[in-house]
Design a protein around this ligand. Structure first.
Ligand code: ADP
Length: 887
């Protein structure tokens, strides 16, 4: 509407503008007469009319005829007046137009105002109507709500009323139901009471009947028992009479045997005395001959007559003198004759049931099968250019040695015994000897560590109680060349582990017989059969009592005690020996296999000691300890009696397996020189493996079987002592006893959040290498330790050992403060007693040195690396022992 109004107004406005322009022109025109004279006086050729501006050019273009100067003035006047009149008329007309336009504008404005007023009025009316409508709607809504609220209130009241009525009805129903139930219960109780009374009457009736029946039966049984006792009595009397008769016969027999034994001993003593006399005469003759040779300056005769050591006559199984350890470089002596003094070999050569698996090398006098000696050394001899290199023995001194063993590293290893077989075997081979190992073929072995495994002998028939069992022999190489014959053992070898079964005694008795049977059938006749621990204790008695009779009389037996904790004690000797066809009555004697303490048992380790030609233990200190009550564990009497043939040879370790300069199981390789400090990279790697803090602290570690021998309480104490001393602690331990295993697993769980301690429960070869290389100190707190390999390995890896002074630990670790060797030669720390205070003394000194004087500590570690605990020295000792006893 306003737009329309504006459109209507606009022409008016234009008109107004035009009118004002016209008005302006008009005013100009009115002023013109006043100005014209001035313009005329200036001489300009222009003049103007009201409302019209005219210049001279306009005039020229459309000029009216030039006034005629000749016209009269009255005409000009009239014309001027006419023009004025026209101008006035024109002006009047313009004014009227302007007024008309003004009027129109005012009318338009009024019209617009009116329209706006009308619109305003309509808007107000519309608003009022809308307001009225809204109020009306609101009023309606309010009315509706009020009505609804009233209805809701009415409905609630009705509902409440209904509920009240229902509740009253339910209460009434419940009351009636309870009354009905009570009535029903009373009825049932009455019925039950009646039934109970009836049942009670029935029970009493049955009881009365049963009592009558039982009484009748008891009377019958009593009568039967009386009859049985009378029969037993008669039988007992009969048996008693038989026993009396048997005892009488046995007493007669015992007396006869006793007399025979006395006679036999007398004869034996007379024979021994005669032999001694003959020997003395022989000796006198020899001495005379030697004196004569000296007198004649014949050194060759003197050497040839060098005295053979005297025979040990008290022990019928011992033939060689004890000075074995003093003759490391001397020529050994061999006694002529069979393996036992007085033995007369059977006349017939045994017929061999099989041909040899491999023909012996004719050029090799040891007659060992091929493959059990190292070809490189076969033609050698003499010193090599490198003083560290093994020297091969001259050809004529080489021997053929067979190790019979329950363990061999790395494929069938439980502890140090397996390592000894590998280390000693390889070193003997390097020196030119022929070496073979015989070991059971356990199903639990690490077959991946055996090379070239193949069937060697398919039909090894072995006695097993009253039958013969067929076994097989497989041959393979371990540790890069040591030849091992693995013998199957049916159900005896298919076990999840090597030891730990109720029939272990039978298992290894059978194996010992198998080993001999294998050698016998394949015509292996070693110079030396080297047996190990209780498991092979019966090899020597079987050799003498079974195979010697078959003509096998040129082998000698060395028996090594690695640990006498387990001796193979057997209370059912008849069954055990019966397994391999031996008669227990022959052996149940104090000078043979009878245990010195448990008189009804045979002792397999004692058999090994008594029947072998030489007995070794794994360290000199342990050899001494075996003679004591604590160390001998019941064998002290036997050891002492046989001490002439018992000696200790310290174990070595395999320097190829345990070599920090080449070990590929550790992170960084190092030696004892400038590269020693590379060792600490292994410390970092060990910490990473086990999740220990990377802190400025020493690491004390233990790698062990978790058994009583290893000092379990001291190991536990050390864990907490290490913490107190600001050291970290690592344990790698495997526990054959599940209870011990659980105990350590519990501790492991309790300490799992402690990043200064890690207990790894289990067996882990690779981790053990990193522990030896990455630790600063190595703890061996054993209660007793025949030799111990772990402290030797730790020395090799520059990890300072802290050990208890027992067994082989005494022979290998030399205390910084107490051994008298000083910082130049000491290699560790020792403590004496198996208690916490003593252990803390050792640990405390070691950790203090680490913190207070790192240079001295490293010196100690590097001293340890320079000790030679390889198999070179021990092998020389064994070689001399072998030489000494060989036939
Ligand atoms: P043992 O009385 O067990 O023969 P030794 O000290 O003579 O004790 O030899 C133990 C050998 O077994 C060492 O080579 C040692 O590294 C290894 N050994 C022991 N326990 C473990 C283990 N839990 N994990 C790996 N190697 C172990």
């Amino acid at each position: 509407m306003i737009g329309t109004l504006r459109r209507m107004v606009l022409p008016g406005r234009n008109d107004t503008a035009m009118a004002s322009k016209k008005e302006h022109k008009r005013k100009q025109k009115n002023r013109t007469p006043d100005k014209a004279p001035e313009r005329a006086s200036t001489g300009e050729n222009s003049f103007s009319l009201p409302g019209v501006e005219i210049n001279s050019l306009n005039l020229l273009a459309s000029a009216p005829p030039v006034p005629d100067d000749s016209r009269p003035a009255e005409e000009d006047d009239a014309a001027r007046k006419r023009d004025e009149a026209e101008a006035a008329a024109e002006a009047e007309r313009l004014r009227e137009e302007a007024e008309a336009a003004e009027r129109q504008r005012r009318e338009a404005e009024e019209e617009a105002a009116r329209i706006r007023a009308e619109e305003e009025r309509q808007r107000l009316e519309a608003e009022a109507a809308a307001e009225a409508e809204r109020r009306r709607v609101e009023a309606e809504a309010a009315e509706r709500r009020r009505r609804e609220a009233e209805e809701e209130a009415a409905r609630i009241r009705a509902e409440e009323e209904r509920q009240r009525l229902e509740a009253e009805a339910a209460a009434e129903a419940e009351r009636r139901r309870v009354e009905a139930e009570a009535a029903e219960r009373q009825r049932r109780e009455a019925e039950e009471e009646a039934a109970r009374i009836r049942a009670e009457e029935e029970r009493q009736r049955l009881e009365a009947e049963a009592a009558a029946e039982a009484k009748r039966r008891r009377e019958e049984a009593e009568a039967a028992e009386r009859a049985r006792k009378m029969a037993e009595e008669a039988e007992r009397a009969r048996m008693m009479a038989e026993k009396v008769e048997k005892a009488r016969r046995e007493a007669e027999e015992a007396e006869r045997l006793h007399q025979e034994q006395i006679e036999a001993e007398r004869v034996s003593m007379e024979r021994a005395a005669a032999e001694r006399a003959a020997k003395m005469a022989e000796e006198a003759e020899r001495m005379r001959h030697m004196a004569d040779a000296v007198a004649r300056g014949r050194r060759d005769e003197l050497v040839a007559a060098t005295p053979a050591p005297p025979l040990e006559v008290d022990n019928p199984y011992w033939q060689k003198p004890p000075e074995i350890f003093d003759v490391l470089s001397g020529a050994p002596h061999s006694a002529a004759g069979g393996g036992r003094p007085g033995y007369v070999p059977a006349g017939d050569e045994p017929s061999l049931p099989v041909t040899m698996a491999e023909e012996p090398d004719a050029g090799n006098h040891v007659h060992a099968p091929r493959g059990c000696y190292i070809e490189d050394h076969a033609g050698g001899g003499g010193a090599s250019a490198d003083p560290d290199e093994t020297v091969a023995v001259p050809l004529e001194k080489r021997m053929y040695i067979v190790m019979v063993t329950p363990e061999v590293a790395p494929c069938a290893k439980v502890g140090g015994l397996g390592d000894v077989i590998l280390g000693l075997g390889r070193e003997l081979m390097k020196r030119g000897h022929g070496v073979e190992v015989i070991c059971p073929m356990y199903s639990s072995m690490r077959y991946d560590l055996i090379d070239d495994l193949r069937e060697e002998y398919a039909e090894l028939w072995c006695p097993h109680y009253n039958e013969w069992r067929q076994e097989k022999v497989f041959q393979g190489k371990v540790g890069g060349g040591l030849q091992v014959n693995f013998i199957t053992g049916g159900g005896y070898t298919e076990r999840p582990s090597i030891y730990g079964f109720d029939d272990d005694l039978q298992r290894f008795t059978y194996f010992s017989r198998q080993a001999l049977e294998f050698m016998y059938k394949t015509n292996r006749r070693p110079d030396i059969i080297h047996c190990h621990d209780w498991a092979t204790g019966l090899v020597a008695p079987m050799l003498w009592d079974i195979y010697e009779k078959l003509g096998w009389n040129n082998s000698r037996v060395v028996y090594t005690i690695h640990n006498n904790e387990c001796q193979g004690l057997c209370g059912f000797g008849d069954k055990l020996l019966g397994l391999v066809g031996m008669d227990v009555k022959e052996y149940m004697r104090p000078d043979r296999m009878q245990d010195d303490t448990h008189r009804n048992c045979i002792n397999m380790m004692k058999a090994g000691i008594v029947y072998s030609n030489f007995v070794t233990t794994v360290s000199p200190t342990y050899a001494g300890e075996l003679k004591s009550v604590a160390g001998g564990r019941g064998l002290q009497t036997t050891i002492t009696k046989n001490s002439a043939k018992v000696g200790g040879v310290l174990n070595g370790i395999d320097y190829e397996t345990w070599d920090p300069t080449t070990d590929d199981k550790i992170t960084a390789r190092y030696g004892s020189g400038d590269d020693f400090f590379e060792k600490y990279k292994n410390k970092t790697a060990l910490r990473e493996w086990l999740g220990l803090w990377d802190a400025w602290k020493p690491i004390i570690s233990v790698v062990t079987r978790l058994t009583h021998q290893k000092g379990l309480d001291l190991i536990k104490h050390a864990i907490y002592s290490a913490q107190k001393l600001q050291a970290q602690f690592v344990l790698l331990g495997s526990a054959p006893d599940p209870k011990v295993n659980d105990e350590f697993l519990r501790m492991q769980h309790e300490l799992k959040d402690n990043h200064d301690i890690n207990l790894y429960i289990g067996y882990h070869e690779d981790l053990s290498h990193l522990i030896y290389a990455g630790s600063d100190m190595f703890l061996v707190p054993s209660l007793y330790e025949p030799c111990g390999l772990t402290q030797i390995i730790s020395l090799r890896y520059g990890t300072v050992p802290i050990v208890r002074e027992t067994g082989g630990l005494v022979d290998t670790v030399f205390d910084l403060d107490n051994s008298g060797r000083g910082l130049n030669n000491a290699n560790g720390f020792t403590f004496r007693d198996a208690n916490a205070a003593s252990l803390d003394y050792g640990l405390g000194r070691a950790v203090r040195l680490w913190y207070d004087n790192p240079d001295a500590f490293n010196r100690l570690a590097r001293n340890g690396m320079r000790y030679d605990y390889s198999w070179r020295n021990p092998t020389e000792h064994y070689e001399n022992i072998y030489n000494y006893i060989k036939a």
